[in-house]
Design a binder for this molecule. Structure first.
Ligand code: NAP
Ligand code: G4F
Length: 385
């Protein structure tokens, strides 16, 4: 019999990749999905199974991290070998708008999962992975950050995740739970939420290249992040739960880049050279040249005349909008994953270029579809979140 996993946050980026990965390994995967007025299963539709089917190895349950009775019932019914606690209000900027909810879902939500396992006497059976984050380092006290670097969170999200981190450690020490924290640095993909900076950039670039959007409006260009690919990072989650002993691990690529650089590289990947000028809110990025061969291959020959005409009249494609600034910012993150490499044998396959190319190809494809809809006379929106 294969193992049984329960994933909270199954409809999210990591939940979707992890579910697919565990199914391929022969697991039965249960996922918790919260009620929404829309289906909201786009990321997992390719693995969805008809509930009427007799034998299923992918099963969804309605639930919410803020509802302990519901979580306890699901854990009871599923009796999982492994729980991957990925559900969270995961947007740092939004956590300043919804601090209480974030504390409840991200902080207390973790406690609810741990308590369910303890109360149901599953402590010797069920292993727990907690989705901890490099946001714990916040105002980083050391460069690069390791498992021993002191935490200094800088947002309601970071503070809620700090509680989740320590309650996981406490349940491990107090009750002997196999509960581990993966302290994951930023990881992205073609299915990354549209309002995180990388996806916002790749989507906007695709629309600009196709003549669907004028400019990308962005916040702090100088922030630095250690960006990896979600497909690599979910493998680390799995490896963490396969260890004999529970422990906490930094998962990171060890390379940090500015938001500004991510933008430059994204446009370059589609054949557009960007130069930045000015400072602060007056900083802009403009296209200074087009590499026809790359643009033709990535975007399409038919879009070259329009982009050339456009940059002659207005080459500015990146503008700063201070409404995207955060009340307190995390300026620089870079992780040292030596422990994960040595103990888990975890080595990421993607570098930043591979990640950007995959996201760029995917978003150009997506925006071409949207462009067809627009050209067919239907309304499509440009989102500026
Ligand atoms: P994501 O795409 O935002 O997915 C979050 C998931 O949590 C979604 O399925 C969401 O459901 C669900 N969720 C939110 N609030 C919930 C609630 N109250 N009850 C039940 N489910 C709820 O995030 P991700 O990028 O996959 O990240 C997964 C986890 O890793 C999160 O805990 C995040 O904080 C953490 N993390 C992420 C990164 C990263 O760079 N991606 C790095 C470190 C840690 P809906 O689909 O209904 O919104
Ligand atoms: O893409 P971001 O919103 O990700 P952030 O804040 O680093 O958080 C993500 O990674 C964490 C791991 O470190 C996760 F725990 C968390 O759940 C989430 O997945 O912003 C990255 C940087 C920030 O410094 C932000 O200020 O980009 C900067 N930025 C600049 N302009 C922007 C924008 N971020 C967003 N979302 N939108 C902008 O327009």
């Amino acid at each position: 019999m294969g193992k049984v996993a329960l994933i909270t946050g199954i409809t999210g980026q990591d939940g979707a990749y992890l579910a697919e990965y565990l199914l391929k390994k022969g697991y039965t995967v249960h996922g918790i999905k919260r009620r929404s007025s829309l289906f909201n299963t786009e990321r997992i539709d390719h693995i969805y199974q008809d509930p009427h089917a007799e034998k299923r190895n992918f099963i969804l349950h309605y639930g919410d991290m803020t509802d302990s009775m519901n979580l306890t019932k699901i854990v009871h019914d599923v009796s999982p070998d492994e729980i991957y606690n990925l559900a969270a209000m995961s947007h740092v900027k939004v956590s300043f708008d919804t601090p209480e909810y974030t504390a409840n879902a991200d902080g207390l939500g973790t406690l609810r999962v741990l308590e369910a396992v303890r109360l149901l006497d599953l402590t010797t059976k069920t292993r727990i992975y907690q989705a901890s984050t490099s946001e714990l380092y916040g105002l980083a006290q050391e460069v690069p950050q390791t498992e021993k670097t002191p935490f200094y969170p800088r947002s309601p999200y970071g503070v809620a995740k700090l509680y989740a981190y320590w309650i996981t450690v406490n349940y491990r020490e107090a009750y002997g739970l196999h509960a581990s924290n993966g302290i994951l640095f930023n990881h992205e993909s073609p299915i990354r939420g549209e309002t995180f900076v990388t996806r916002k950039i790749t989507r906007a670039m695709a629309k600009i290249a196709l003549g669907m959007q004028e400019a990308l409006f962005i916040g702090n260009l100088s922030a630095r992040r250690d960006w990896g690919h979600a497909k690599d990072f979910i493998k680390a989650m799995y490896l963490i739960l396969q260890q004999d002993k529970p422990d906490d691990y930094v998962i990171a690529t060890g390379v940090t880049s500015e938001v500004r650089e991510f933008i430059t590289r994204t446009f370059k990947s589609a054949g557009m050279e960007i130069a930045f000028s000015g400072t602060g809110e007056k900083e802009t990025g403009e296209i200074i040249s087009i590499d026809d061969a790359v643009f033709k291959e990535r975007v399409g020959k038919e879009y070259i005349p329009a982009i050339n005409t456009r940059i002659k009249s207005n080459p500015v494609v990146v503008r700063v909008d201070k409404s995207y600034y955060r009340p307190t910012e995390v300026d620089q993150l870079i992780g040292d994953a030596t422990k994960a490499r040595k103990k888990l044998g975890w080595i990421p396959e993607y570098d930043l270029e591979g990640l950007i190319n995959e996201m760029v190809n995917s978003d150009i494809h997506l925006m071409k579809k949207e462009n067809h809809i627009r050209n067919g006379g239907f309304r499509t929106l440009n989102y500026f979140e």
